[in-house]
Write a protein that binds this ligand. Structure first.
Ligand code: SF4
Length: 466
């Protein structure tokens, strides 16, 4: 496969080639659009530039037009080839196409390892005597511990660049403000009433679609050492809540990836066990040794994100395999935990039906329903993430799918495709299991009609079974 810089070289003389082949002198913006579309077609189809030019000669009808109209004839023809499934179904709205500049790959990217080991441990002075610092220093006796006043001081002498995102630096800090909040969901979509306990920022895994890449302005992983302050914060919230809530820690981190060192589960589970909540730990790991030592209860939910093995291998770097995740889930289910699953993000491809159907078959051949819940969410992403993904993961093809700018300004598959995915996934799941509640993540009212739900309150009741 050609890397982006090789494409850039190959497309260098594109302007000249277009002038010679189609008698069009594209302006700068027109050239950018054509270059981007040709680049994405070559990446999607693994075809040559000459093949794309022959296709344009045979199909664009550009010889009938002049100037701008000739450009539009070429662009429209490229759009049909770039988005074949959507073009066959509906007219492509060009305002919803996102054509960014082709970024150069980052060659100095830190590569993550399946066996996480910090390169540095940086500790805020206020928590230097905490159990978390002790755990890290015992587990990694050869890694130097450095004290600092506030973790942000690190940036004074170490400028952040996205290539350093996965540098394995661990910051052990005292969280002061950001303890607990309702999940922000996304504009114009139905919320499921989830709450987020902010147990750190950063992750030892490296998923090519991870939204943290858009927001990170820090390398490594930030972990709070003052868990008891989170409990004080929840104690105050608990007095105000009248009905059970769902709460979890997996928004800005993986809940269990480092649990064998942080031991967060051994503090969180006993605390939440007698609270009026469903407390969820969400993971792509198989780090369950602490959980096996704790007596479970039904309001503690351990959940796994699932994807077909081919996607895990290519897009979820350093995470546990599908079989490892399902085996870990089985052990915890046998121990008596309430288990849940998230098919999120689901990727559309030519073989999506076959590989997701197989993954659902694998799930039900390993585990017995019912589960606490199963969520479904198709790929959605901030537009900024596309260039980051291309620069950090030159082998990833996820942004060359049928993605358009959605109502919430995020890149998403079009409605008809999302509906097809959800309807099939729901049908396959219901073929095995009519009891586990299935819900959609960050979807609109129209999509929720697949599950006959029309409001956030209805969704919450459905998931809480109240
Ligand atoms: S497991 Fe979650 S938090 Fe970690 S890299 Fe993947 S998507 Fe991001």
């Amino acid at each position: 496969m050609l890397k982006n810089f090789a494409f850039n070289n190959m497309l260098d003389n594109l302007k000249e080639k277009i002038e010679n082949s189609f008698l069009l002198r594209p302006n700068k913006n027109q050239l950018c659009d054509l270059k981007r579309l040709i680049f994405e077609i070559i990446r999607r189809e693994n075809c040559s530039l000459d093949e794309v030019f022959s296709y344009l000669t045979d199909n664009s009808g550009s010889e009938k037009y002049n100037g701008r109209d000739k450009f539009f004839a070429l662009k429209s023809s490229l759009l049909k080839r770039r988005f074949p499934v959507t073009a066959a179904k509906e007219k492509i709205d060009t305002k919803r196409i996102f054509l960014n500049q082709i970024p150069e790959p980052i060659n100095s990217n830190y590569a993550v390892r399946a066996d996480f080991k910090p390169s540095k441990i940086i500790v805020e002075k206020e928590v230097k005597n905490s159990y978390l610092v002790r755990n890290f220093s015992e587990k990694f006796p050869d890694v130097k511990i450095q004290e600092i006043n506030r973790y942000n001081d690190y940036l004074d002498n170490n400028k952040f660049h996205i290539s350093k995102l996965k540098e394995p630096i661990v910051f052990l800090i005292k969280e002061k403000w950001d303890f607990l909040k309702p999940c922000p969901c996304t504009k114009v979509h139905l919320s499921c009433g989830y709450w987020v306990l902010n147990l750190g920022f950063g992750c030892p895994f490296d998923c090519s679609y991870c939204f943290l890449q858009c927001y990170a302005n820090f390398p490594g992983i930030i972990l709070p050492a003052n868990i008891e302050d989170f409990f004080t914060e929840f104690d105050a919230l608990e007095k105000k809540i009248k009905k059970p809530i769902r709460i979890g820690t997996g928004e800005f981190c993986d809940s269990l990836a480092l649990d064998e060192i942080t031991e967060y589960s051994t503090k969180l589970i006993p605390y939440f066990q007698d609270k009026n909540v469903f407390f969820e730990l969400k993971t792509k790991s198989n780090k369950i040794s602490n959980l096996l030592k704790i007596t479970p209860s039904q309001n503690i939910v351990i959940s796994w994100s699932l994807n077909p093995p081919s996607i895990i291998e290519r897009e979820e770097i350093a995470t546990a395999s599908l079989t490892e995740r399902l085996n870990a889930a089985k052990k915890l289910q046998q121990k008596g935990y309430n288990i849940a699953f998230h098919f999120d993000p689901i990727f559309y491809s030519k073989s999506w039906k076959q590989i997701y159907r197989q993954t659902i078959d694998d799930l039900y051949s390993h585990l017995k329903p019912p589960f606490a819940w199963i969520s479904l969410g198709t790929l959605r992403s901030h537009r900024r993430l596309k260039a980051i993904n291309e620069a950090r993961f030159p082998k990833s093809n996820i942004f060359y799918g049928e993605l358009f700018i959605g109502e919430d300004k995020k890149l998403r598959y079009p409605s008809f495709l999302r509906r097809e995915i959800y309807e099939n996934m729901v049908q396959w799941i219901k073929g095995y299991d009519r009891q586990s509640p299935v819900y959609l993540c960050m979807e609109n009212k129209d999509m929720w009609s697949i599950l006959n739900k029309g409001s956030s309150m209805e969704i919450e009741k459905y998931l809480l079974k109240i």
